[in-house]
Design a protein around this ligand. Sequence first.
Ligand code: HSE
Length: 399
Amino acid sequence: MKAAIMGYGTIGSGVAKVLSDNAAIISRRAGEPIELKYVLDLRDFSGDPIQPLIVHDYKKIVYDPEIKLVVETMGGVEPAYTFVKAMLTHGKHVATSNKALVAAKGAELIQIAADNHVNFMFEASVGGGIPIIRPILKCTTGDVLEKVYGIVNGTTNYMLTRMAVDGAAYDDVLKEAQEKGYAEKDPTADVEGFDASRKIAILTSLVAGRQVDFEDIPTEGISKITPEDMKYAAAAGKKIKLIATMDACDDSYFVRVAPFLVGPESPLFSVDDVMNAIMIHGNMLGDAMFYGSGAGSLPTASAVVGDLVEECRHVMRHVDFDWDPVKLPLKNPAEQEYRYFVRTKAAKSTIEEAFGEVEYMEDVVSGELGFTTGLISEGVFEEKKKDFENIISVIRVLE
Ligand code: HSE
């Protein structure tokens, strides 16, 4: 089976290594060896053993009938979309780690793959090396999945862990994460929650069997979290985590990405550093948790190569995914209920007038206090907030 990799960056080079280091076991499981024939990249890699395979024009791969498997690890929607579409329409199976591509074009590319009797697989697009797409699509098919939630971004989990452990400020931790290669030079997609919102959009689409647009998901990142917020979390015996959530309600879903206060009763409490974890709750299954390396070269490449083996096992048959391109309208986020932790300089009488009975946290940071509301809907909370001056910060509580 001849393969090509498009994009020789962190993950693409990991895929080449997995194919080479684990060649014997991959060959046994795939039923034949998978041999790398081309690596598409704009750059050259002189001195790297991969250099003789480097091509700069994707059409060289498209028009080579020997190539049956293509890995897309370029990232971004374009030109990945154009290249992947061309590969599928020319009868090549594709495996990708690219969540931006899958979130935006997944349903369409699955349909193109079906029309051309090939496969488009994307296990690595959510949770890196953690198996989560196939468990949802293949293993929980007897269940109604009512909740999917978790920590799906390693960069922000690393930063929040450092802020909690070292008491460091957001900017310092970001700098350190960039130096260590955990955060990109432009960290926006990670720190503002957009990466996580694409991942929960993909998972919700698969659970719903309908297209969920990440643009419809209310998304907050971690850039406003301060050392003072961390002090309150620690005083309450909790941690602040960036959580992506999906809750079934009636015939649709509440979906959100935001920082939440997570208590020790949640398995997500112990998920620190760059690790990811995704919880699913089915009406029959109850809870299941998928924990592991959510990013990084080899873990992500491992999931990509797993897809290649799966594609080798289904060379002559399209494996269908239930993902209708017709968009699913999400539930109105204003209707979702939370308890909110609020920091303020307001007097207790003002707080109670607005929010009724609350739980206070005093003497954590001087000159202010914290309180946690009862369960109220996002819409009602936003209304109350308007008349309530002196709010320093608000964090939802994970129930
Ligand atoms: N930047 C992403 C993360 C990479 O930190 O999780 C994996 O999608």
